[in-house]
Write a protein that binds this ligand. Sequence first.
Ligand code: F3S
Length: 399
Amino acid sequence: MKLTPEEQQMLDGAYGRATQKAMEILVALGTIYDAERMVPVTSVQIAGVSYDNLGEAGLHFLSEMADGGGRTRVLTTLNPAGMDIENWQALGISEEFARSQMLVIDAFARMNVVTTCSCTPYLIGNSPHFGQHIAWAESSAVCYANSVIGARSNREGGPSALAAALTGITPEYGFHLEENRRPGITLEVKVALPDNDDFGALGVVIGKQLERFKQKPIAYILGVDQASVENLKSFCASVATYGGAALFHMRGVTPEADRYAPPDEHITITQADLDAAKAALTSAESDEADFVSLGCPHLTLNEIARIAELLKGRTVTKEFWITTARPTKQMADMMGYTRSIEEAGAKFAADTCCVVAPVKGRFKVLVTDSAKACYYAAGKNKFKTIIKPFDEVVLATLK
Ligand code: F3S
């Protein structure tokens, strides 16, 4: 790779051991992917924050980078941690886990990472704009940033995202290059999509179509005329989970779609496809559930306002986690939504989510509106799942 004099100095150790290690990671990555040079990034988002996923080895790596003088050069935020950092006791998290999780957060804080733990950084101030190069790690957020915002990011691993944060650069390959953003297959949607769970199911259908190809094409989606931020975050999470997609174009919705004509290879998506996907996401035999969660990806303020409206003056009878970013929760506090929700007996789980928290073995059946949450609830936590539209999920807590 061709390095600038400053990049070469970082690699030679002039900026300390942690920065040198970071450069070594980036040069290795760039060499594997034939990148010619590095490109400056304006924003980083790091995944691999939950101690449940990191374990002692991950904590050791982060502590070493912090001790080695690693300090961020660009705005950097975190993916969800394994617990609500302020309110972990209420979620049944053990003290031992909390202690280890706080050591992880502390290591990031020492490196000047902004320790908001969220998979929707674009909702809370880590908001790139069109055309900017970034290095994000959370798959749903990478898909949102590339597709909906038009920023340029590969899906980074935890170490490569941290390396980008400590150097301010990333190897120029993959989605950083214009030629790799061209669509390869048209998917025509002939279905109404009224709610987040429909967009999640659409992500499953499209994701599985993409999975059939050895070299996955970028989807060019027709027939979706309108999609809210909430719908798009649900779709991005799902198509990234079920199809490994980090970029799609949606005509009339995403900013790069008009640059391209629909590719010749064409698949139509029908109501029957969507119904089959939804049926497969529900694996529980009955409607009985012991765990309810909304906020995969993390909820917007609008969604929290809707929950508060539905729960006002009522009492929930099930464990109900509302997962969101801490700054969004703080706005909910200001607006009085938190009070209505907590008076009803539901719990905020800020900074975390029902997938990365250590909940395996605590529950049997999860109700959610998220196709991605269904995937990991079944795979990681061995729960049965039920998917429903957003309002019906809230109402399911009242039975
Ligand atoms: Fe976010 Fe957790 Fe879902 S990280 S996308 S809420 S699995």
